[in-house]
Design a protein around this ligand. Structure first.
Ligand SMILES: Cc1cc2nc3c(=O)[nH]c(=O)nc-3n(C[C@H](O)[C@H](O)[C@H](O)COP(=O)(O)OP(=O)(O)OC[C@H]3O[C@@H](n4cnc5c(N)ncnc54)[C@H](O)[C@@H]3O)c2cc1C
Length: 312
């Protein structure tokens, strides 16, 4: 039983979610190796060599210098063929969700999405926006999976030093990387932020969103949104939190004017502390909130900001 963990590099930087995926491999049990692909993966391999892996593989070869699902899946499949892993896991990030199904196709392997735990040889995953947990058995020699990062606390160095080796890159020119166009933002990344302030339909308009953004900036927080706000074009859809948006688990999640529909709650309920501001005391968000404020956000946010400024 051995697992290959795909750690993730973005823009030459090791993504923090890689540490959660390593924790998932440890929770699963058995030996594991790590693979990093792309520019910056040699430095990434160096950073991960004290986390208990047998070998940390990397490749910065031209064929995999930039991500395409085709070349990455072929390269991973080649390493799996060579080393005989019985499981391959990657974070349930946009890249993980893009690449792992293709890998499953190449290997003829059963796939599990959004793994949150292990039950012997079986896998646990949420269904129906987290209202049911499925136990999944995989009957192929290799199981491929995405793991939900928020379900596993980031791994810490565990002593010992792994071997570091170059992997053989396999190219595929059916798709070609052209360029990155990143949204510039001075705020932290939604997926990695320790504080998130989220806007719901209750903030009503662009002025309401500005108030939420001001609070976020004061707290050094990321801005999130419910789908209603995204659908109304008030915030971009990459800020949507929930079942069909991002799954987040910050230290502090402040929901402003969000009702608490199950599809939204599915994306933030694992946050360590949840604060809800809603003028309807019956709003379901209060059922998951640690602290609830029945108030108009337009009055509560400025008062809250004054208090924070006074403490600062
Ligand atoms: C398949 C599917 C997937 C979905 N995926 C997602 C998803 O990923 N993320 C997501 O968020 N939703 C998702 N939804 C939509 C979800 O069901 C809800 O419609 C949505 O979350 C509602 O957003 P909201 O809470 O902002 O708006 P509403 O439900 O309209 O709630 C607005 C809240 O604001 C409060 N309010 C109003 N005025 C004020 C004020 N002045 N001050 C304070 N509070 C005020 C109201 O009391 C109310 O509780 C999905 C739906 C489906 C069917």
């Amino acid at each position: 039983m051995s697992t290959l963990v795909i750690a993730e590099i973005r823009q030459s930087e090791l993504r923090a979610s890689s540490y959660n995926t390593i924790a998932a491999a440890k929770a699963k049990g058995g030996d594991f190796d790590i693979l990093l692909l792309g520019k910056g993966s040699a430095a990434g391999a160096d950073a991960l060599k004290e986390f208990g892996a047998g070998t940390v593989y990397y490749s910065e070869a031209d064929a995999v210098a930039e991500y395409t699902a085709e070349s990455y899946a072929k390269t991973v499949a080649a390493l799996v063929g060579e080393k005989g892993y019985t499981a391959v896991m990657m974070g349930a990030t946009t890249t993980g969700k893009d690449m792992i199904p293709r890998l499953g196709g190449l290997l003829g392997a059963g796939m599990v999405s959004d793994v949150i735990g292990f039950d012997g040889a079986n896998y646990l995953r949420p269904m129906f926006a987290g209202n049911a947990i499925a136990t999944v058995e995989v009957n192929t020699p290799v199981a491929v999976m995405t793991v939900r990062e928020t379900a596993f606390d980031a791994a810490a160095p565990s002593g010992g030093v792994s071997a570091v080796a170059e992997a053989t890159a396999v190219g595929d020119d059916r798709a070609k990387f052209i360029e990155y166009r990143l949204t510039e933002s001075s705020r932290p990344d939604l997926g990695a932020a320790s504080i998130i302030v989220s806007a719901g339909r209750g903030v009503k308009d662009a002025d309401g969103v500005k108030q939420v953004e001001a609070l976020a900036d004061l707290l050094g927080a990321a801005v999130g949104a419910s789908r209603a706000v995204v659908d109304e074009g008030l915030l971009p859809n990459d800020l949507q939190v929930g079942q069909t948006g991002k799954i987040v688990a910050p230290d502090l999640y402040i929901a402003c004017g969000i009702s608490g529909a199950i599809q939204h709650v599915a994306g933030m309920k694992d946050s360590k502390v949840i604060v809800a501001i809603n003028k309807d005391e019956e709003a379901p968000i209060f059922e998951v909130a640690d602290y609830g404020l029945v108030a108009d956000f337009a009055k509560a946010i400025p008062e809250f900001m004054e208090k924070v400024k006074a403490i600062k």
